[in-house]
Design a protein around this ligand. Structure first.
Ligand SMILES: Nc1ncnc2c1ncn2[C@@H]1O[C@H](COP(=O)(O)OP(=O)(O)OP(=O)(O)O)[C@@H](O)[C@H]1O
Length: 226
C-alpha cells in the first residue's frame, strides 16, 4: 500500500483510514481493550533504490516513470503554494488551482501505469482524457480577454501570487519535459503531454492576471547596453 500512498492515495488512504476508524470504534465498544496500532508511513521497501508502479513492476528509482512522477508532485506543490498566496490576496482562481492539483494526481496515476505492463483493469482506472485540456483552454481565454497585449518579455514579478505562479509555470515545463519522454515511448496517454503543455500557458496567463488584479507592475526585460 505504501507504494501508492502519494498517488492513488486519496482513495486508498481514505479507505484505510475509514477502516482504521471503524476498528478503533469497535475496539472501544468491546470489553477487551486491544492495544492501538497505526499504519506506518514507511515500509522501507524503497531503501534499495527500487519502487513500484501501479502495475506492480519494481523499477529503479531513477526510472523515467519516477522522474516524471516526482516532477508532477513538485508541480502540484508549487501550485499549492501559489494557491495559498491566491487565498491571501483574495484572488478568484483558487478553486481552479485546486481542481488542477486533482488533475495532476490523475496525471500521476496515468504516468505510474506504464501501458506496456497495464491490464485492462489498470487502464480503466487511470486513463487521462481530453476534457481537462479543453477546460484549461477556456480558462486561458477567459483571463487573456482581460489582459493588455504582450509587447515585451516579462520577468517573473508582479507580487507574491504572480511570482509564485511563474515558479509553478517553470516547474510545469520541467514536468512536461519529463512526462513527454514517457508519452513518446507510448507508456502514458498523449493527453498528459497536452495537459502539461496547456497548463504552463494557463499559469503564465494567470500570473499576469494576478499582477493586474492586485495593481502590481510586471517587470519587463530591458536589454542592458554593452
Ligand atoms: N523518489 C521518488 N520520486 C518519485 N516517485 C517515487 C519516488 N519513490 C517512490 N515513488 C513513487 O511513489 C510511490 C509512493 O512512494 P513511497 O515512498 O511509498 O515508495 P517506496 O520508496 O517504494 O516505499 P518506502 O518509502 O515505504 O520505502 C511509489 O510506489 C512510487 O510509485
Amino acid at each position: 500500500m505504501a507504494a501508492w500512498r502519494s498517488l492513488f492515495a486519496g482513495a486508498v488512504r481514505g479507505v484505510l483510514v475509514g477502516r482504521r476508524l471503524y476498528c478503533d470504534r469497535a475496539a472501544e465498544g468491546s470489553s477487551k481493550k486491544k492495544p492501538k496500532t497505526f499504519p506506518k508511513i514507511y515500509t522501507k521497501t524503497g531503501d534499495k533504490g527500487l519502487s513500484s508502479t501501479f502495475t506492480g513492476e519494481r523499477r529503479p528509482k531513477d526510472d523515467l516513470v519516477f522522474e516524471a512522477l516526482g516532477a508532477t508532485d513538485e508541480l502540484s506543490s508549487a501550485i499549492g503554494l501559489a494557491r495559498e498566496f491566491g487565498i491571501d490576496a483574495n484572488l478568484p482562481f483558487v478553486a481552479e488551482l485546486e481542481k488542477i492539483q486533482c488533475m495532476l494526481q490523475d496525471i500521476g496515476s496515468n504516468i505510474a501505469t506504464p501501458l506496456s505492463s497495464a491490464r485492462e483493469s489498470h487502464i480503466v482506472k487511470t486513463t487521462f482524457d481530453a476534457e481537462p485540456v479543453q477546460e484549461l483552454e477556456q480558462w486561458i481565454d477567459k483571463y487573456t480577454a482581460q489582459l493588455p497585449p504582450l509587447n515585451n518579455f516579462i520577468l517573473p514579478s508582479g507580487g507574491k501570487a504572480s511570482a509564485s505562479l511563474h515558479v509553478a509555470r517553470a516547474v510545469c515545463r520541467r514536468a512536461e519535459r519529463s512526462a513527454f519522454k514517457i508519452v513518446k515511448a507510448g507508456e502514458a496517454d498523449a493527453n498528459v503531454g497536452k495537459y502539461l503543455n496547456r497548463l504552463s500557458d494557463y499559469l503564465f496567463t494567470l500570473a499576469r492576471y494576478a499582477a493586474k488584479a492586485k495593481g502590481r507592475a510586471e517587470t519587463t526585460y530591458t536589454r542592458t547596453p554593452s
